[in-house]
Design a protein around this ligand. Structure first.
Ligand code: PDD
Length: 283
C-alpha cells in the first residue's frame, strides 16, 4: 500500500503520520467501513456510505460526508493504488484536539483516512468451509455502530486463532449474536435464520444483501436470534462479511455441522452472491 487518502487529498503513505492528539488514536473515537473491490469497482458502496453516516450520527460526529465526493475520491485511490480485487478501508475520527474525554468544539474538522489494498477472495475456504470458535460476547451495547473500538473483537479473534479457527462467534448468555467480523446464519429444514437487527449486532451490508438474495430465490427467512444449541444442531451454518462473502461454516468448536461439508442452501446463496458482483464488475 503506497497511497493514503487524507480528507480529500491522496498522499504518499510516508506523508500521513497520525497526530498523537487524534481522537481515534487516543480513544478509538471514530468509525470505519470496509468496502470490497471487484475488478477495481467498489461493491455495494452506497449502503456502506449510508452506514458510515449513520455511525457518525449515532456518535454525535459531524457527518458532512458527501456521497459523490467520497465515491470519486475512493475511485481515484483504488486506481492510483492499482487494486483490482481488494478492499477499500476508510475511517473517520472526531479530529485532532488536546486530550479531553468530552467532545471537542463542534467546528473541529473530522479526519478521514482511507486506503485501498489488494485482497484475493478466499477461494479455497469458500469451497471447503471453515471452523469457528465460540466466545462470550463481551462488547458494549451499541454493536450497531461501526466504531474503531475493536478490543473485544481483537480478543475474540485471538482465541479463534489459537484454536485454528477463522472466526469467533459470540454469544450473550445462550443467544448467538454475531462473529467478530461477520454476521452468522443457520439453515434448518431449508429455512434461513439470523439474529434480528438492533443494538446487539452490526447491520451487515452483506447480511442485508444475502437476505435480499433469499427473497429472490424464495428461501424463507426468520430474523430471530438462536441459541448455541440450535446453532450446533443446524443443518448448515454460514457467516457473511464484506471480505469473506458467504462463507460456509462446517465446524463450531469440536462440533461438526450437518454433514461436515457446505450444504445446498449455502451453495445456492454463494452462487447468487457471485452472480451479483459479477454483474457489477462487468459494468
Ligand atoms: N466485517 N459484524 C461485525 C462485528 C463486523 O465487524 C462486520 C464487518 C460484519 C459484517 O458486515 P459487512 O457485511 O457490512 O462487512 C458483521 C469486516 C469489516 C470485514 O469482514 O471486512
Amino acid at each position: 500500500m503506497k497511497w493514503i487518502l487524507r480528507n480529500q487529498t491522496i498522499l504518499p503513505r510516508g506523508e500521513t503520520a497520525v497526530d498523537i492528539d487524534d481522537r481515534g488514536y487516543q480513544f478509538g473515537d471514530g468509525i470505519y467501513e470496509v468496502v470490497r473491490l471487484y475488478g477495481g469497482e467498489p461493491f455495494l458502496m452506497r449502503p456502506h456510505l449510508d452506514r458510515l453516516r449513520r455511525s457518525a450520527h449515532e456518535l454525535g460526529m459531524r457527518a458532512d460526508l458527501d456521497n459523490g465526493v467520497l465515491e470519486e475520491n475512493f475511485r481515484q485511490l483504488a486506481e492510483k493504488e492499482g487494486v483490482s480485487t481488494g478492499i477499500l478501508y476508510m475511517q473517520v475520527t472526531r479530529g485532532v484536539y488536546q486530550r479531553v474525554q468530552e467532545f471537542p468544539p463542534a467546528d473541529l474538522p473530522v479526519q478521514l483516512t482511507a486506503y485501498a489494498k489488494p485482497m484475493e477472495r478466499p477461494a479455497e475456504a469458500l469451497r471447503q468451509g471453515v471452523a469457528v470458535w465460540l466466545v462470550p460476547d463481551i462488547r458494549w451495547l451499541r454493536c450497531d455502530i461501526k466504531s474503531l473500538n475493536l478490543i473485544p473483537n481483537v480478543m475474540a479473534r485471538q482465541q479463534a486463532k489459537e484454536h485454528n479457527c477463522l472466526e469467533a462467534l459470540q454469544h450473550r448468555g445462550d443467544m448467538v449474536t454475531e462473529g467478530a467480523f461477520s454476521n452468522v446464519f443457520l439453515v434448518s429444514g431449508g429455512k434461513v435464520r439470523t439474529h434480528p437487527e438492533g443494538n446487539l449486532i452490526l447491520s451487515g451490508i452483506t447480511r442485508a444483501h444475502v437476505l435480499s438474495l433469499c427473497e429472490q430465490a424464495k428461501i424463507s427467512v426468520d430474523e430471530r436470534a438462536f441459541s448455541v444449541n440450535e446453532l450446533l444442531s443446524a443443518d448448515e451454518v454460514f457467516i457473511t462479511s464484506t471480505s469473506n462473502e458467504v462463507m460456509p461454516v462446517v465446524r463450531v468448536g469440536d462440533a461438526v455441522i450437518g454433514t461436515g461439508e457446505p450444504g445446498p442452501v449455502t451453495r445456492n446463496l454463494q452462487g447468487l452472491y457471485e452472480e451479483s458482483f459479477g454483474m457489477v464488475t462487468k459494468n
